[in-house]
Design a protein around this ligand. Structure first.
Ligand SMILES: Cc1cc2nc3c(=O)[nH]c(=O)nc-3n(C[C@H](O)[C@H](O)[C@H](O)COP(=O)(O)OP(=O)(O)OC[C@H]3O[C@@H](n4cnc5c(N)ncnc54)[C@H](O)[C@@H]3O)c2cc1C
Length: 330
């Protein structure tokens, strides 16, 4: 029986989806691994107010740390203290800019522990956990074993669905005392620059992503894609050339050097399906590809493929969606 520590950074008004996914992953792991307790370390300006919901979503105990904002070194210090306090054999972190790029690797170094990054699942064999992750740009899957008394794993977003809230679940919520005197930040935030086009739905919050590639041809082509996204309530993504040509912000680039996404529906338009792009979109639940080349590699991955010029498909799709909307009640 082994305890599991998960991490929740809550900077905004509500708990983001990813920490809830980590809780679902922790519960699944606990069930396979002898039923140990699931502890969640929750950081944020009003961390204490999230405790109850985290219990309802699967935590047995929530340790709260109130801090003005969840930055890298603050998060690292808090997770390290919690690990020293609880000695959990497994720590689950989100595979994002905070957990995957900073806290996970830094903590592994500090603890002399192993880390499996960008995991999408696991398998328990006896006492051993094997971490499942995509390799070779998503072309193959590998199981990793992490040696040592503590195993760190960063989990890819949307690898697990959050558990439905169960208001009958009971657990303990308590403040976790931090010795901030010991935290000596090496990084100072000098200025925050708001990204332009903030009106666009961020990729990581979207259930549907409409993504365009070089085949869209121009900014005007992307405007048509944005219209489709608007009708569907989708976010707009793009391939590397689309981002480099300025048709879509770099923050909306999907792939190896961009965001890794896994929406319910990914519509790839004028995207050939290079391995570096597929790395970012291959875990989507349903992939629809629209491409004029029947031999485009994207069709090997797509669940639904349309071999046609987008100029003929997308406007018709927009009209059909609008019609459906106007004819559906409510
Ligand atoms: C180290 C490294 C990292 C990289 N990281 C990324 C990454 O993170 N994300 C990423 O996307 N790429 C990345 N790339 C680039 C990647 O290798 C591909 O070059 C890129 O994904 C191709 O983008 P594309 O599919 O938009 O363009 P193309 O490969 O040029 O494909 C355009 C497609 O549009 C189709 N098309 C053209 N006109 C139409 C039309 N009218 N209607 C319908 N279809 C049409 C064509 O048939 C073609 O299949 C990386 C490359 C390297 C070397």
């Amino acid at each position: 029986m082994a305890h599991i520590l998960t991490f929740c950074a809550a900077n905004g008004a509500e708990i983001p989806r990813h920490p809830l996914e980590l809780l679902a992953a922790a519960r699944a792991l606990s069930a396979q691994w002898g039923g140990g307790q699931v502890h969640t370390l929750c950081l944020g300006p009003s961390a204490g107010s999230y405790g109850e919901e985290l219990i309802h979503r699967g935590a047995d105990e929530v340790l709260t740390v109130e801090c003005p904002s969840v930055e890298g070194e603050v998060a690292l210090a808090a997770v390290e203290s919690a690990v020293q306090h609880l000695s959990p054999p497994v720590v689950l972190l989100p595979h994002d800019d905070l957990g995957g790029a900073y806290v996970g690797p830094s903590l592994a170094y500090r603890l002399g522990a192993g880390i499996a990054t960008d995991c999408v699942g696991f398998d328990v064999r006896g006492e051993e956990v094997r971490w499942l992750r995509p390799v070779y740009g998503g072309k193959a899957m590998a199981y990793l074993r992490v040696r040592g008394p503590v195993q760190l794993a960063t989990m890819r977003s949307r690898a697990f669905d959050p558990l439905p809230a169960d208001p009958t679940r009971r657990g303990e919520v308590r403040e976790f005392p931090m010795d901030w005197e010991r935290v000596r930040p090496q990084i100072r935030i000098v200025e925050r620059l708001e990204e332009k086009r903030e009106e666009e739905l961020p990729l990581d919050r979207a259930e549907i992503i409409v993504s365009g590639g070089r085949g869209m041809g121009s900014t005007e082509g992307f405007a048509v894609l944005r219209e489709l996204a608007q009708v569907l309530g989708a976010a707009v993504g793009g391939s590397r050339p689309a981002a480099d040509l300025g048709w879509v912000p770099h923050s909306h680039l999907v792939g190896q050097t961009g965001k890794i996404v896994a929406p319910n529906l990914y519509i790839a338009v004028g995207i050939s399906g290079a391995a570096q792009h597929i790395t970012g979109a291959g875990s989507s639940r349903t992939i629809v590809a629209i491409n004029k080349d029947p031999d485009a590699p994207i069709f090997k991955l797509a669940h639904i493929g349309v071999v046609e010029e987008w100029e003929k498909v997308i406007p018709a799709l927009i009209e059909a969606c609008k019609e459906l909307r106007s004819s559906s009640p409510g």
